[in-house]
Design a protein around this ligand. Structure first.
Ligand code: CMP
Length: 157
């Protein structure tokens, strides 16, 4: 049985300000990932302390939080086989300067902080982030018209 997963992507304030939202969503859609939730939201202190809790002791933590509060973010849940790994490879390495061309960060970022997108890094993180950013009713399941063409019969299960 193929590993169908859901993962969270945040399109960060730098991408919003640089009018890159459409371009980024387009890349995920064209890959064949299914959007099951999508919304614009402002992140406050509490949710950022939770989301970036593992970076609390890092020197860049206060500036990272201020950066994430500069403008709204687009939060979405993407679904697909091995979606967590696939989305992380589309995003590229954390630093835009090190990320390969062809990845979102490689193509659009020159920064480690202003790196355009965030994506869940494991199954456990994805589950926690889905609960952190979305209510049950934000998540809409539906049959995607391209499903039979995005995957082979074996993968569809
Ligand atoms: P993200 O994938 O959201 O996970 C943690 C974020 O912290 C990362 O993307 C960057 O935006 C930011 N970050 C990581 N390392 C640094 C750093 N050295 N300096 C500034 N920001 C960083």
């Amino acid at each position: 049985m193929a590993n169908h997963e859901r993962t969270v992507v945040l399109i960060k304030p730098d991408a919003l300000q640089r009018a890159l939202v459409g371009e980024i969503i387009k890349r995920f859609e064209q890959k064949g990932l299914k959007i099951v939730a999508l919304k614009l939201m402002r992140l406050g202190d509490a949710i950022l302390n939770e989301h970036y809790g593992h970076h609390k002791e890092k020197p860049f933590f206060p500036k990272l939080k201020a950066f994430m509060m500069q403008a709204p973010v687009v939060a979405m849940i993407l679904e697909g086989i091995d979606a967590i790994t696939v989305v992380r490879s589309i995003a590229g390495k954390t630093s835009g300067r090190e990320a390969d061309m062809g990845t979102i960060r490689g193509d659009f970022s020159m920064s480690t902080q202003a790196n355009i997108v965030h994506s869940s890094d494991s199954k456990e993180t994805a589950e926690a982030e889905i609960k952190r950013f979305f209510k049950e009713e934000d998540i809409l399941d539906y049959t995607h018209g391209n499903y039979n063409f995005v995957y082979g019969e074996e993968e569809r299960g």
